[in-house]
Write a protein that binds this ligand. Sequence first.
Ligand code: PLP
Length: 394
Amino acid sequence: MKVSKRVKDIEYAIRDIIVYAKELERKGKEIIYLNIGDPVKYDFKTPKHIKDALTNAILNDENNYAPSEGVEELRSVIAEKEKKKGLTVNPEDVLVTNGVSEGVDMVMASIIEQGDEILVPGPCYPPYSSYAKLYGGKPVEYRTIEEEGWIPDTDDIRSKISDKTVAITVINPNNPTGALYDGKTLQELVQIAAEHNLYLLCDEIYDKIVFEDNFTSIARYANDAPLIMLNGFSKVYLMTGLRLGYICMNSNSALLDGLRENTPKLARVRIASNTPAQMAAIAALRGSEDHIKEMVSKLRIRRDHLMKRLDAIDGLTCAEPKGAFYVFPKINLDGNRWKSDADFVIDLLRSTGVLTVHGSGFGKQYGLGHFRIVYLPPLEMLEEAMDRLESFMS
Ligand code: PLP
């Protein structure tokens, strides 16, 4: 039977790569999975007050459909959180989604028509490109400067804006590079979007996972720019499996009136997000954040350790990540046996059992020649993976 080309072309390298690992596992090889950014799979567990709110909601029969836009109290506490970061947002401008992933889907569906272009960071977390393509759009990668810690190249952004461009995507802290953007860059991004009448899609799902420097939200500089903020509970609140996120529209921006009216239709047609998970999310935003401090300090130790090991390996160079839990080393492919980063990642997997993700899966232009490592696992596991990587490289 017929399958649409649109769907056949969908890619999600982070999970697509698992097929190779499962094949090896079936043959008895032990795999170290460093491909998925799921802290709850490792030694970061959902805080008790969040689990209690979830189970209490279930036991108290709060298992009904929620309002499509989200439970009212949750929309209020989300607005409070985002206001603290600098965004002007009323609860009515918050839409609760089944993860940021569904938020990306809804936003792309709302703003893209056949042939439209959307600027995405190069490299970029893949769903932004995949959903843009699904709705007939064309993702255009803008350069982020590796030598300067993967900061957006605003000149490159300006040069890539055409009369088909509808939006600029900003992911800060960034996946896959771990980059953290400075105020000046963020200010310039807002200015470019305002000058060219472009939507500004900003994903801040790692907003509290930063190491040395403080996090600055782009919202601080938004004024009345058409900024759409995407955020969620998966990473900072350790709720990956509960699938909850949200979209916030800048309440100061009249340019977003069309989306304000129409995007909720997409929320209605898929009925609602999970009700008990929304109760857990209220508890997450109202409760203690002690677990975040603990997580960040553990992650920092893991990052430092990984950087030390990577620095000592010939043939790899790596900018130090400032947030999130990924590193994105560059592979010296010159004179080596691998034809590409994908070839490298498969060879590494087959030879050592260490599963990472090829850089070109995050963007064919700027991700090329790199690979992504997740440093969520405990030190012993990271150490074992680095021993295997080191002997593979030598
Ligand atoms: N946005 C970014 C930048 C991510 O890295 C991820 C997951 O890795 C997501 C969104 C997915 O978020 P969610 O679990 O809320 O769908």
